[in-house]
Design a protein around this ligand. Structure first.
Ligand code: FMN
Ligand code: SF4
Length: 468
């Protein structure tokens, strides 16, 4: 097999499976290029298997969703009701809206056939004859590339009626969203796909695998997750499960942004790399003259970790284990045990030049803008959090404001229709718990005497103009 060369060579600690063709020298997104590299052989193999055998391989592989929650993919697929008589749909979630995450865009831009192959195999496994790729508005070129790739796949018999003479029919459609974070949430996405406002649905009863698109069973999976399916079929579930560590198998793409010398994407075996190795070896350490302060490990919704923290963990055998921040292996279970999450793989790094109040306000501004407004704790609470952190960064907050901010966050958390409530409140809860002294130091005792109310100020200004 010829050696692959890259225009941007991977780090030696990387294991390129999904990103094998990303930034590969001489690679282009056409089907000819994909076929020259052995493309669609895994689909042929899959079509010779029974659908339930494919689901078994995916279960054996241990694959966990790469979109955020880390839910086991094979298990999700078995939630389609066994006596179902309605059509089944597959949706590829290409919204990639979680701040700090920038992996799916490379797949859809540079290797669209890998995704299409993974999707057709997945459709065959779950019995779906119609699939959608929901793309965020900001990827217009990807939409064109994907449509072209679907046409090419149809012309070669990989999509359409009687795929490769197997008797299996499948169509894939590209659907572009209008650019809202909440369209990444699977039930909001489904509403949007149905042509409505993306108001998330309540679960239960609207678990997509049972009551999804048009109230039919629907499997929603992330772009990267669906690409893994192709490789699982190629090598077999057992072989795949040997990558990574127990319960956290395979590879995943980490997107590192912020205060490191070498930000970028890195595909690594899950759990085989520690925080220290990621930030120092792969990312080149902190910028000159700076020190690392904190990391948001799994996209903006995950709880921040301080670089000087340590964690008392309980191991599966019941014994206790102390783990320092730098020794955290980057897997789903350990990050959860440390009080955060692996999420979407977006690692945001902050050095000692960053004010936590600014970071917190930046996130509050994002979430206040993106709340769909359907439920009161989120719609009102996230806007209140933003107002308080606005005051904080402009030096107008009183010490008591930090407690108010914390209390608002806890009143959103767990009281909303969808997980956006947690996505918005967890960062606030964690930043206050871990950086309270720094935040309080930015407040002013005198500020308590002057209630800050930007609307009232604007209204007074308007009235004084109107009366003059
Ligand atoms: C507010 C919010 C935004 C989300 N955004 C995305 C997204 O952009 N892409 C994605 O794949 N999953 C996103 N998710 C997770 C999806 O709801 C869903 O769990 C995921 O697409 C399932 O795919 P997986 O099992 O392959 O991870 C989001 C969830 C929430 C609560
Ligand atoms: S939690 Fe927020 S985003 Fe989710 S449904 Fe409620 S208002 Fe909408």
């Amino acid at each position: 097999m010829s050696t692959i060369t890259y225009t941007k060579p991977p780090h030696p600690r990387e294991h390129r499976m999904i990103f094998r063709n990303i930034d590969r020298a001489g690679w282009d997104p056409s089907i000819d290029c994909y076929l020259r590299d052995g493309g669609y052989a895994d689909l042929r193999k899959a079509l010779a298997m029974q659908p339930r055998e494919i689901i078994e391989e995916v279960k054996k592989s241990g694959l966990r969703g790469r979109g955020g929650a880390g839910f086991p993919t094979g298990m999700k697929w078995t939630f389609i009701p066994p006596n179902n008589t309605k059509p089944v749909y597959l949706i590829c979630n290409g919204d990639e809206s979680e701040p700090g995450t920038f992996k799916d865009r490379y797949i859809v831009h540079q290797d669209p056939h890998q995704l299409i192959e993974g999707m057709v195999i997945s459709c065959y496994a779950v019995g779906a004859h119609t699939a959608y790729i929901y793309l965020r508005e900001e990827f217009p070129h990807a939409a064109l590339l994907l449509e072209q790739a679907i046409d090419e796949a149809r012309a070669h018999g990989f999509v359409g009626t009687d795929v490769l003479g197997s008797g299996f029919d499948v169509e894939i459609h590209v659907h572009r969203g209008a650019g809202a974070y909440i369209c990444g949430e699977e039930t909001g996405l489904i509403e949007s796909l149905e042509g409505k406002r993306p108001y998330p649905r309540i679960k239960p009863p609207y678990f997509p695998a049972a009551l999804g698109l048009y109230l039919c069973p629907t499997i929603v999976n992330n772009v990267e997750s669906l690409c893994h399916v192709k490789h699982i079929i190629g090598m077999g579930g057992d072989a795949y499960s040997r990558f990574g560590v127990a319960r956290n198998t395979g590879t995943r793409i980490l997107c590192v942004s912020g205060d490191v010398k070498r930000p970028g994407y890195f595909e690594v075996e899950v759990g085989k790399l520690t925080m220290r190795e990621l930030l120092y070896d792969l990312c080149g350490g902190p910028k000159d003259g700076r020190a690392f302060k904190a990391v948001i490990p799994g996209g903006s919704s995950s709880k921040i970790l301080r670089c000087d923290e340590s964690f008392a963990l309980r191991q599966p055998d019941g014994t206790a284990r102390d783990l320092g921040f730098w020794d955290i292996p980057l897997d789903f279970d350990t990050l959860a045990a440390c009080g955060s999450m692996a999420g979407s793989g977006g690692v945001i790094v902050l050095d000692d030049s960053r004010r936590i109040s600014w970071v917190l306000n930046n996130l509050n501004a994002f979430y206040a803008h993106e709340s769909c407004g359907q439920c009161t704790p989120c719609r009102e609470g996230v806007a209140w959090m933003r107002k308080i952190s606005d005051r904080l960064v402009s030096g107008e907050a009183a010490p008591g404001d930090i407690d108010t901010l914390e209390s608002v966050a806890y009143q959103i958390d767990g009281r909303t229709i969808c997980a956006f409530g947690e996505a918005a409140s967890w960062p606030v809860e964690a930043m206050i718990a871990k950086f309270r002294d720094e935040l309080v130091a930015e407040t002013r005792a005198e500020a308590a005497a002057v209630p800050h109310n930007p609307e009232a100020v604007a209204q007074r200004r308007f009235l004084s103009c109107a009366n003059s």
